[in-house]
Unconditional design. Structure first.
Length: 124
C-alpha cells in the first residue's frame, strides 16, 4: 500500500463519517413521499467503497440481499458511481477470471497468430 499518511487517514475517516450521515438521512427520507433516500443510501455505500472497500466486500459476501441490491443499483447509476460499486463486488475476480479464459483461444496456433498480429501493430 505505502507509508502511513495521516492526511489519507483523515480523509478516510471523514468519508466514513459522511457516508454514515448520508445513510441515516437516506433511511429517514425513505419514508417521505419523494424517494430520494435510496439515492442517498447508494451514495453512502459508494463513499464507503472508496474509504473502506474491504468492509463493503465483507457485507456483500455476508448478505446476499445487499449484494443483489447493489448489483441492481449499478445498472441505473452513472458510470463513475457504478464503477466504484463494482469494485466492491466479492465475486468480481471470479467473473473476470472466467471471462478471461473464455477470451483465450483453445487452439495455440490462433494464440500465436494473435500475438504476431499484436506485435506487427505495435511495431508500426
Amino acid at each position: 500500500m505505502g507509508a502511513w499518511r495521516p492526511v489519507g487517514l483523515l480523509v478516510r475517516v471523514l468519508l466514513v463519517v459522511l457516508a454514515l450521515l448520508l445513510f441515516v438521512v437516506g433511511i429517514v427520507t425513505m419514508i417521505t413521499p419523494i424517494p430520494f433516500g435510496l439515492f442517498l443510501i447508494v451514495v453512502s455505500f459508494t463513499l464507503l467503497t472508496i474509504a473502506v472497500p474491504g468492509l463493503v466486500r465483507f457485507w456483500r459476501r455476508r448478505w446476499s440481499w445487499l449484494d443483489r441490491l447493489l448489483d441492481r443499483a449499478t445498472a441505473r447509476l452513472p458510470a463513475w458511481l457504478a464503477r466504484r460499486l463494482r469494485r466492491s463486488d466479492p465475486d468480481r475476480s471470479a467473473r473476470e477470471a472466467s471471462r478471461n479464459t473464455r477470451d483465450q483461444p483453445k487452439n495455440p496456433a490462433i494464440a500465436e497468430d494473435r500475438a504476431a498480429l499484436a506485435r506487427h501493430i505495435l511495431m508500426r
